[in-house]
Ligand binder design. Structure first.
Ligand code: 13P
Length: 337
């Protein structure tokens, strides 16, 4: 596939309601996921699991991009085909996670700063030569009492902007992911305020660094109640608050917002996205870039057993299709049965 510009790449990823499969779990994270199905996290098992997802029928028409971890971008399928070529053959683009995880922030050690700017330019040049068309960098923002601090937001949004500029210089589309975590007992209003602060600082930093917004994708959290809050906002309120928060902070020339699922259930992730698309019309597309919400049913169905591959592919294809419908505002809960 040939693209004239970063804008073309971004628009391809979210064309016709398509979204992103986040399959970029680091080795420790995928090991945790495999532990839940009593499966050993060997290189071969990781390959087999990801290969079954990428070959699933539901990739076509529903998934426009797949975020990979370094190992997967270099990996071959059982028959020797590069896994990235299987993704291309499904009409989707391979992307790559380029951050190096988090470390405590010097000025506020209970908060974190995402690492990975050292050597990023060289890594990006190699990833581009391996076929990657886009990248991801995740900032992790805690909310709890006095958090997030201004220092934490400033440092992380500055790093996201520096990252985005380096990636664009290497002809790939940066996904900028400021994840305000759901963990905690905070209210939906607190989440609205933390998310607004993060987005405002992010777009100021992107502008300061002369990042091309038309060639950038935003991957934010939705505005929700904390995961342990006694009162949980309903689907409509989450959709309304999230859309309002985005409308206040995002420039019109941003092509797409692809949400993370962040620990929401499969159905909530789909229902929230669908509701937002039903109640609003925006200059940017609203779609998905889910990890757990696209994979957990498939992972369980697979359970590390080759005989379950078809069932796992069906589970993944179903979620991919439901989320595409949600990105078009055409999902109904009855379609889940
Ligand atoms: P979840 O959808 O599981 O939150 O993962 C998305 C992701 O890529 C986090 O960085």
């Amino acid at each position: 596939m040939n693209f004239e510009s970063l804008e073309d790449i971004a628009n391809h990823i979210v064309s016709e309601g398509k979204g992103i499969l986040a399959a970029d779990e680091s080795t420790p994270t995928i090991t945790k996921r495999f532990d839940t199905i009593d499966t050993e996290s060997t290189e071969e098992n990781r390959r087999d699991y990801r290969e079954l997802l990428f070959r699933a029928v539901g990739m076509k028409n529903n998934i426009g991009g797949v975020i990979l971890f370094d190992e997967t971008l270099r990996q071959e399928a059982k028959d020797g085909t590069m896994l990235s070529d299987i993704i291309y053959a499904q009409g989707a683009l391979p992307g790559i996670k380029v951050d190096k995880g988090i470390k405590p922030l010097d000025s506020s050690p209970d908060e974190n700063l995402t690492q990975g700017l050292d050597g990023l330019d060289e890594r990006c040049a190699e990833y581009f030569s391996l076929g990657a068309k886009f990248t991801k960098w995740r900032a992790v923002i805690k909310q709890d009492g006095s958090f997030p601090s201004d220092d934490c937001l400033k440092a992380n949004m500055e790093a996201l902007a520096e990252y985005a500029k380096i990636v664009q210089n290497n002809n790939m589309v940066p996904i900028v992911e400021p994840e305000v975590l759901m963990d905690g007992s905070h209210s939906i209003e607190d989440c609205y305020s933390a998310t607004s602060r993060a987005l405002e600082m992010l777009f100021n930093s992107l502008t300061d660094h002369e990042v091309n917004i038309k060639g950038t994708i935003l991957k934010p959290n939705m505005v929700t109640s904390g995961s342990t809050a006694s009162e949980q906002a309903n689907i409509s309120l989450v959709a309304e608050k999230t859309v309002k928060c985005l409308q206040n902070s995002l420039p019109d020339d941003l092509p797409a917002v692809t949400f993370l699922s962040g620990g929401q259930s499969d159905i909530d992730s789909t229902a929230h996205l669908d509701k937002m698309n039903k109640i609003s019309s925006n200059p940017w597309k609203l779609s998905f870039s889910y990890g757990r919400a696209l994979q957990q049913a498939a992972l369980k169905a697979w359970s590390g057993n080759v005989e379950n591959e078809t069932a796992a592919q069906e589970a993944f294809s179903h979620r991919a299709k439901m989320n595409k419908l949600a990105a078009l505002g055409e999902w109904e809960s009855s379609l889940e049965n």
